[in-house]
Design a protein around this ligand. Structure first.
Ligand SMILES: *Cc1c(COP(=O)(O)O)cnc(C)c1O
Length: 360
């Protein structure tokens, strides 16, 4: 039996009527950019998280850039980011003219190490971007303590962790601002690109909205330069329908992950007390990853690597001059991590097959 890494078609099939109607409504009302579908989704999304504001935007990478721009972080500033994440986290910092300062991650949790943050702050540091990697919340209470004591801003990159919690509080509500991605494969996926920035600060939300719409809140009144990064109405309408199912899907992810945890002997992320993982990705660590990848491929089992290189060692960041051993934990995880199939619609039989092949 083949097991795909993810099967987005199954989810669409399970809610085809609802989705098709939402799309049809946008078409018949000629709602394409902004308008009611976007407003309704933004309200539902901030309500789900417990934040005051949500501003939809083009994608999760733009979301980080808009947050940085709205916080007036730019040329000459430094922003602390984890060495292990999707490159978008660091790229957003570069794209606003700032310098990403990489930090190693916690062994066992894979999220940014607060002790390392302390060591890498300088008088130029303006912000920290913790990433809730794979869906596991970063150590927000320690990070917020450091940020407060050093007067730094905190932007949560929650692209992989929609629905994750620390002591029943949703990620995305701890920092000054948080960013989400609705890339199709994320826990809440659009049928194209989409993203959102959330915050409970009124002035910040207004600046984010302004910057993402060429500096205007009112038509033809351009108070800042800005750019175009908006959420499509059709995507917003789809996302609103899907948001109502998110918790049920996340519960399924959790149930599947628990089977993996109890059946597989491989090291995986340690979950601190009170933390609720959103399981966007289930990772196992392997000393013999190449061999296991060959075995999975030959058996038709989907897999992925998130990520084969720590960001400082990608060609794009070579110029920072980091040496092997500068980020020992991130480097170890990059060398050993393997992402195995995990999506809500997986069957018990599919999970059993994955476990069998990995434990053979
Ligand atoms: C997906 C992702 C992003 C970017 O999202 P896009 O919508 O693809 O631009 C940013 N950060 C992390 C950690 C991600 O996983």
């Amino acid at each position: 039996m083949k097991v795909p890494y993810v099967d987005l078609r199954l989810q669409y099939d399970s809610m085809r009527g609802e989705i098709d109607k939402a799309i049809q409504d946008c078409l018949s009302q000629s709602d394409f950019v902004g308008g009611k579908p976007v407003e309704e989704f933004e309200r539902a999304f901030s309500g789900y998280l417990g934040t005051k504001h949500c501003v939809g935007c083009g994608n999760g990478s733009d979301a980080i850039e808009l947050a940085l721009l709205a916080l007036e972080i730019g040329v000459g500033d430094e922003v602390i980011v984890p060495a292990l994440s999707w490159v978008a986290t660091a790229n957003a910092v570069v794209n606003v003219g700032s310098t990403p300062v990489f930090c190693d991650v916690i062994e066992g949790e894979y999220t940014i190490d607060p002790a390392e943050i302390e060591k890498r702050t300088s008088p130029k540091t303006r912000a920290i971007i913790p990433v809730h990697l794979y869906g596991l919340p970063a150590r927000m209470s320690e990070i917020m303590d450091i940020a407060r004591s050093k007067n730094l801003l905190v932007i949560e990159d929650a692209a992989q962790a929609l629905g994750a919690e620390i002591n029943h509080q949703k990620v995305g509500t701890f920092g000054d601002v948080a960013t989400f991605s609705f890339y199709p494969g994320k826990n809440l996926g659009a049928y194209g690109d989409g993203g959102a920035v959330v915050t409970s600060k009124d002035d910040l939300a207004e600046r984010i909205r302004r910057i993402g719409n060429h500096g205007q809140l009112v038509k033809h009144s351009h108070s800042v330069v800005g750019r175009n990064s908006r959420l499509d109405s059709i995507q917003a309408a789809i996302l609103k329908v899907k948001l109502a199912h998110l918790d049920a899907w996340n519960e399924k992810r959790l149930a599947h992950a628990e089977v993996y945890r109890s059946s597989l002997p491989h090291p995986t992320q340690h979950i601190p007390e009170g933390y609720q993982h959103a399981y966007h990705i289930f990772s196992i660590l392997l000393d013999d990853r190449d061999r296991v990848v060959d075995r999975l491929s030959s058996q038709g089992i989907g897999h992925n690597i998130h990520y084969p290189s720590a960001i400082p060692f990608t060609d794009a960041y070579q110029h920072q001059g980091h040496k092997k051993g500068d980020f020992p934990v991130a480097e170890m995880i990059a060398a050993k991590t393997l992402s195995i199939p995990l999506f809500p619609e997986m069957t018990a039989q599919q999970i059993e097959v994955v476990v069998k092949v990995l434990t053979a």
